[in-house]
Design a protein around this ligand. Structure first.
Ligand code: 5AD
Length: 363
């Protein structure tokens, strides 16, 4: 295959996607990165949009094998921020002029949890709406699998984006990392419901899962395209000490960096194939390389989620080991990220929602 010829196309076959993900030569990877960056500039621009991240509770009813906050892990403290603490974090988002916030938590489906989320969405909308921001802060929810009716209630309350990772689009791989009660088809149905309701829908996968192949990852990208999603969040899989994958922590450094590099290639190839989606440069990249999030932006990502979770509970939200920015206050994270983004000559879309252009092209 001829790399230049592939990169100058705007349609990519499965074989070409696999070829690109398999690139190992640094000069060729740089050509891939450059092509992805140009596609990003052309279709969504070079601005970076901030979504202030509030991890409002780590209580979770699921037991995903890879996740540090899964139900059966008893080695840390469970928290549930009260409304005042969450609103304090929202006020910081307004002070820092972020256009949007993400409310993320462990998964719960009981009515009181749902009502709590509804109350938060409505309160955030009302306190953030003013003459300067007539539509208030953009609100993204990331609270897992819910019924279609619940998603509709969230949407009606004012949330307009929803993140729900498929984790892997290969059904047997999905099964191998989840307990039997988590059903692949149900996850698919949730994504479809979210789209039908009118959310901007985000999904994504972990990269470097045990047993995952390059072909699986190519199929993940093809799934994103066929599912016509608006937003993508992906990062390297990082083993957590309190999970069955703890043994992998001891494995050589090489595989960690391999996953990291593969994650960057996934970002680049996804940008080439999906063109006008919003794509996050995730914190998991920074857990491996201190400059991982800047690299993600250089490979075609355009979204960053600065931490707004109160510092005192951040350590209790460790989905994977080595999560960075644990001791910083929100203000420090804000200044740090602004500096990092300036260092790669990118502008921040302060005060803007920065919605997915893909959403408007499909609706
Ligand atoms: N390594 C990397 N990402 C993880 N996530 C959960 N556990 C891990 C891990 N060990 C990701 C999942 C989930 C998101 C919130 O965090 O993809 O959807």
């Amino acid at each position: 295959m001829n790399l230049n010829k592939i990169l100058n196309n705007d349609a990519f076959s499965r074989d070409e996607i696999i070829y690109l993900l398999n690139l190992e030569n640094q000069n060729e990877i740089e050509l891939l990165r450059d092509a992805a960056y140009r596609t990003m500039s052309k279709f969504v621009g070079e601005k970076v949009y901030f979504r202030g991240l509030i991890e409002f509770s780590n209580i979770c009813l699921n037991d995903c094998f890879y996740c540090g906050i899964r139900k059966s892990n008893k080695n840390f403290h469970r928290y549930n921020l009260d409304k005042e603490q969450i609103i304090e974090a929202v006020k910081l988002a307004m002070e820092f002029n972020y256009g949007s916030v993400v409310l993320q938590s462990g998964e719960r489906t009981n009515e009181s949890f749902i009502e709590h989320v509804l109350d938060l969405v409505k309160t955030i909308k009302s306190i953030s709406t003013n003459d300067i921001f007539p539509e208030g802060l953009g609100i993204t929810l990331c609270v897992g699998e819910q019924t279609k009716e619940t998603y509709q209630r969230f949407f009606d309350a004012g949330a307009h984006r929803y993140l729900l990772r498929i984790e892997s689009t290969n059904e047997s791989l999905f099964k191998s990392i989840h307990p039997p009660e988590l059903d692949f088809n149900k996850r698919m149905d949730c994504l479809k419901s979210l789209k039908e309701i009118g959310f901007q829908v985000g999904t994504g996968v972990m990269i470097g899962l045990p047993g995952q192949t390059i072909e699986n990852l190519a199929d993940d990208i093809i799934f994103f395209k066929e599912m016509d999603v608006d937003m993508i969040g992906m990062g390297p899989f990082i083993p957590h000490k309190d999970t069955q994958y703890a043994y992998m922590i001891e494995e050589d450094e090489k595989s960690k960096w391999k996953n990291y590099e593969l994650a960057l290639k996934m970002i680049a190839v996804t940008r080439l194939v999906l063109q006008n989606v919003n794509m996050a440069s995730t914190t998991a990249l920074q857990a491996i390389n201190p400059f991982g999030r800047e690299e993600g932006l250089r490979y075609g990502a355009n979204i960053i989620m600065p931490q707004l979770t109160p510092t005192e509970v951040r350590k209790e939200y460790q989905l994977y080991d080595g999560k960075p920015c644990m001791d910083e206050f929100a203000k420090e994270c804000h200044l740090c990220l602004s500096g990092r983004i300036a260092s790669i000559n990118r502008e921040i879309g302060y005060g803007e929602w920065g919605d997915s252009k893909h959403y408007f092209s499909r609706t």
